[in-house]
Design a protein around this ligand. Sequence first.
Ligand code: ZN
Ligand code: ZN
Length: 655
Amino acid sequence: MSLRSLSLVFQRHISSKTPLFTNAFHNPTNAQYREQLPNQIPSPSPAKSHMVSTYNLTTSSPSNKMIRAYLKNGDLDSARQVFDKMTLKTIFTWNLMLTGYSKPGTLKQALQLFNQIPQPDVFSYNIMLACYFQNSEIDHAHLLFDKMPVRDSASWNTMISGLCQNGMMPKAHRIFSSMPNKNDIAWSAMISGYIQNGDLKSAVDLFNQMPEQDKGVFSSTAMVTGFMSFGEIELAQKLFDKMPDRNLVTWNSMVAGYVKNGRAEEGLKLFRVMVQMGVRPNPSTFSSVLLGCSDLSGLELGKQIHQLICKLPLNLHPTCGTSLLSMYSKCGDLENACQMFDKMCRRDVVTWNAMISGYAQHGLGEKAIGLFDEMRKGGKKPNWITFVGVLLACSHAGLVELGIQYFNSMEKDYEVEVKPDHYTCMVDLLGRAGLLSEAVELINKMPFKPHLAIFGTLLGACRIHKKLELAEFAAQKMLDLDPWSSAGYVQLANVYATMNRWDNVARIRRLMRDNKVVKTPGYSWIEVKSVVHEFRSGDRIHLQLDSIEKKLEELEKRMKLAGYVPDLNFALHDVEEERKELILSRHSEKLAIAFGLLSTPQGTQIRVFKNLRVCGDCHNATKFMSLVERREIIVRDTTRFHHFRDGICSCGDYW
Ligand code: ZN
Ligand code: ZN
């Protein structure tokens, strides 16, 4: 997993004196790029883009400008006041005001206004049509469409995409079939409609029926997006390669598609091509790219993207700011995440959520709760994701009572729907506090079918509190839900191992073999100088293995002097003691940390990532490593970050 080639290119771009994207903007003859000029960038969903293009109206008078500004800020009342005071209203003014009402919940006002327009034009009808769809008034939309004196292509497109968005595909197709001059947008609306309604086959069929001369960038992009959302990456790439014209949405769909399908490295490589071709990325591009950096734990790469964003400059854009914050937090750099948060002047609920869950995952429960209080005091409305962060924070900080309070107040005080994820957080919270029977009771009371994660969480709590019977019950439930998942078996074997029940460990092993369940191999990775180094348990591959082994031996001596005793229970291998110690000392995270100590300057932080839970011995050993080496070591495992400093871990030894 080498990111070097990718990062070098960015490095060069960043250090070059000439602005990166000059060519793209000063080359108006290039048809391909003309479409990518910022004001003409179509919205990611072509089906929606034309429905109500609210703010593109020609508004010359100061009053019109004021109305427009108020509407942009969502201040309908003030916009209406200006509107009512105007003595001379043009059709533009009427349409402008009408667009303000084209959202869910203001249909009545929209209709009143529409009926007052002295001479409504086709645009007024189109806005009204969109209003009906926004409020799911399909029949009324139909009636209006039927009695429209004139229809333009936007009327047809609004009708088609409105029906698609309401899941009425046969009706949409009937309208589409009767549309006189079908354009690219109409085709793309139909294709997107099928995709959004989960019907890839019909989308492909329709796309293939499209006459060659109609085949434009919108419908091809809709198809690329469709392939990606169904995980058909190769088909998406093939179509993308064939496209004569691509716009920003096309590129974004491809980059996002790779990242969402777990192929972040390829997504980032494509992003590099995009930049090289002079296509100017927008916040949506960066949100995918930074997500890709998080997936690869590529902090250095993320930092280079950050510089690129500053250069554009898009760093003040809320989406970019939040994506950067998230990237820093997920790559283990909480300090930079906090800095991003402090710098942002426009914070939406996503921003707050990212910072709250960032604190929670890094074990700073109290800070997360403090931030949540600040958010509420500032009048921001929390959503269900906020509460996942808050409950996680309570759990990590051991704030049982407070967690229960928040959980109970979600629906009552905040009108936030309780989801299975919240129950999982609660089981974690109760389990941590040793309230296992309460946790089981909560699972039994759940209004949903219990899912895999909730039993996994319960099993984790059983391991800590050594509750064998309940652990067996939770593991059985996990196996019932997913007989091929190794997690249940491995966790249960861990519980047996901690209690020296080796006969049972062996039984679980046999069971896994008989059921052909493959244990996910543990591996850890660390980024040094923009290169990701991966280590597997008992690794014999890495080039510097000799010096890593020497380092580990030397470390172990000093750690033992400081009081470290290897916990052989975690070896999970029923072999003689000395051998056990060796296997244990070669767990992948220990190799990665030793490599990190060797290849980074004294005193700097080390960040290691692991695909599984950190075992008890590695956790203990890392505490000692941080002590004897005087280094802050940050380890991210499946659920959280452990910050080891001066022999103590931020998780308080419960994870
Ligand atoms: Zn370990
Ligand atoms: Zn820890």
